[in-house]
Ligand binder design. Structure first.
Ligand SMILES: Nc1ncnc2c1ncn2[C@@H]1O[C@H](COP(=O)(O)OP(=O)(O)OP(=O)(O)O)[C@@H](O)[C@H]1O
Length: 487
């Protein structure tokens, strides 16, 4: 895909977008097959619908369908997930300065960690060319590889020295506290608020990543330090909500001005799974964990439900009721592009949880975010002014062509400032110039000079512009036959 220019990317997006929701149905596990569970959830051929078949009393069957942006069945491999979910599009946006979030939700053992991190997460052997070597790598490893590949391509086509920098952080929300997974010796981190960044984790370690292996090292360290426990439903169950963030800053230059920086961010959120205590048989410390997991997921549900009803803003939406929802504020109803993967087991014994996940996803589909490029206010103004100049130049050139005048660029090489130009009058003697700034004051091509009737008409126009500020607007309206915004 051809990369959009910074100007194009800013002008073309900046509009509201729904959260994309996909369902992934994992295969029946060995334990489920041994227990004689039936397959009750299937992906229909349209690639978008999940069908649930419930057994009532006797032979009565009830079929329910849930439609999403996509539904992937048990045979879909990690490659297909990456492709069908259009993750690359989100990653391209990150390189253009947007925030993107991919979050996996679903009951315990439904395949969230498998989808995000793959199997044997943490034992990656990447290389700096970004080639994929492992079939079971999850979305995080694949995304990081794509980002490096794409950055390499973009920078090799540019003569600027350093365009992209990448830093990574990895933390978990465990029992309503935030732990930095890259600094286990550090005390729990505070969640603070700023008007610029919203809620953020204070004092989090950000690791500079110059190569793919640097990011894989962060992944490995974070995954190793994440709280994992074993219960009846998953022997490697994640006991915390995990958020890995890639900060991708990109610099670009317009003309001679100082570089403009855009702050792209990619968030990978692997939520802890909801679980029924009756089934998971958690006890002791795990029981407390389960309580906290279910409570924060309940709040997340409330936030999703409020947003899907069209409520907006802090206050109307209960973001502040849990740490997880505070930290997800940008992703849910904020300025991030967002993708939710609802993971489900196909097993008939997990039907209640599966239905609850599908309802969760159905609600989330209605959430509207307003993606916008992250950049400093000063840079935004500079960029807007640059874009305005480009627009005005185009408009000017169009006006000139309608008037039958030569293009400014042509004048730049040949122009003699006409005698009636104010600046020329001040200087008295006409000058030869090749700079653009001088040609802006001239307004005529050499060939046009000496044409007395044209000179007279233009003089008249100039007088009208000077006398009547609105004349330019009316003039443009007359020329273009419609209303145009001219500043
Ligand atoms: N699509 C899949 N294909 C093959 N195996 C899968 C798939 N999805 C999940 N599994 C396997 O199912 C088991 C449970 O998956 P996983 O640990 O990813 O669940 P989880 O939703 O993250 O659970 P928890 O919330 O308890 O952490 C793992 O052994 C995993 O390898």
């Amino acid at each position: 895909m051809a990369a959009a220019s910074p100007e194009e990317s800013i002008m073309s997006k900046e509009k509201e977008a729904n959260i994309n929701v996909y369902v992934r149905i994992r295969p029946l596990s060995r334990e489920e097959i041994i227990a004689g569970d039936k397959c009750a959830v299937t992906a229909l051929k349209d690639g978008k619908t999940a069908q649930v078949v419930e057994e009532g009393g006797g032979y009565k069957l009830t079929t329910r369908t849930f439609k999403f942006d996509g539904c992937l069945g048990p045979t879909a491999d990690q490659d297909q997930v990456m492709e069908r979910l259009k993750v690359v599009k989100m990653l391209d946006s990150v390189l253009e300065g947007y925030s993107s979030t991919i979050m996996a939700c679903g009951q315990t053992g439904s395949g969230k960690t498998y989808t995000m991190s793959g199997r044997d997460e943490g034992v990656h052997k990447g290389n700096n060319l970004g080639k994929m070597e492992r079939k079971e790598d999850g979305l995080i490893a694949r995304s990081v590889s794509y980002l490096f590949e794409s950055i390499n391509k973009r920078t090799s086509n540019s003569d600027q020295e350093k365009i992209y920098t990448m830093r990574a952080s990895y933390y978990e929300v465990y029992n309503e506290q935030v732990n930095d997974l890259l600094r286990l010796d550090a005390p729990p981190r505070d969640v603070k608020w700023s008007s610029k960044d919203g809620f953020y984790v204070d004092n989090l370690l950000l690791v500079d990543c110059e190569t793919l292996d640097d990011v894989f090292a962060v992944l490995e360290e974070g995954s190793r330090n994440r709280k994992v426990g074993s219960h009846e439903m998953n022997k490697d169950s994640s006991r915390s909500h995990c958020i890995m963030t890639l900060h991708v800053d990109s610099n670009f230059w317009i003309g001679d001005c100082a570089p403009i920086t855009r702050y792209g961010r990619m968030l990978f959120v692997d939520l802890a799974g909801s679980e029924r205590l009756k089934k998971s048989k958690s006890s002791g410390e795990m029981l407390r964990e389960t309580g906290n997991i279910n409570r924060s997921l309940f709040t997340l549900g409330k936030v999703i439900s409020a947003l899907s009803e069209g409520k907006r803003g802090d206050g109307m939406v209960p973001y502040r009721e849990s740490l997880l929802t505070k930290l997800m504020m940008e992703s849910l109803g904020g300025n991030s592009l967002a993708l939710m993967i609802a993971c489900v087991s196909p097993s008939s014994s997990a039907l209640d949880e599966t239905l609850s996940t599908l309802h969760y996803g159905t609600c989330a589909k209605h959430i509207i975010n307003a993606p916008s490029v992250n950049m400093d206010a000063r840079d935004k103004v500079v960029l807007e002014l640059e874009l305005e100049i480009v627009r005005l130049k185009k408009e000017n050139s169009l006006l000139r062509s309608k008037l039958g005048l030569a293009d400014e660029e042509e004048i730049a090489t040949t122009v003699t400032i006409p005698p009636y130009c104010a600046s020329a009058k001040r200087n008295k003697s006409p000058r030869k110039t090749s700079t653009e700034s001088n040609c802006k004051t001239s307004g005529l091509a050499k060939a046009d000079l000496g044409n007395p009737s044209l000179e007279k008409q233009l003089k008249g126009l100039e007088k009208l512009f000077a006398k009547d500020g609105n004349f330019y607007q009316r003039f443009a309206t007359f020329i273009f036959g419609g209303k145009r915004r001219l500043r």
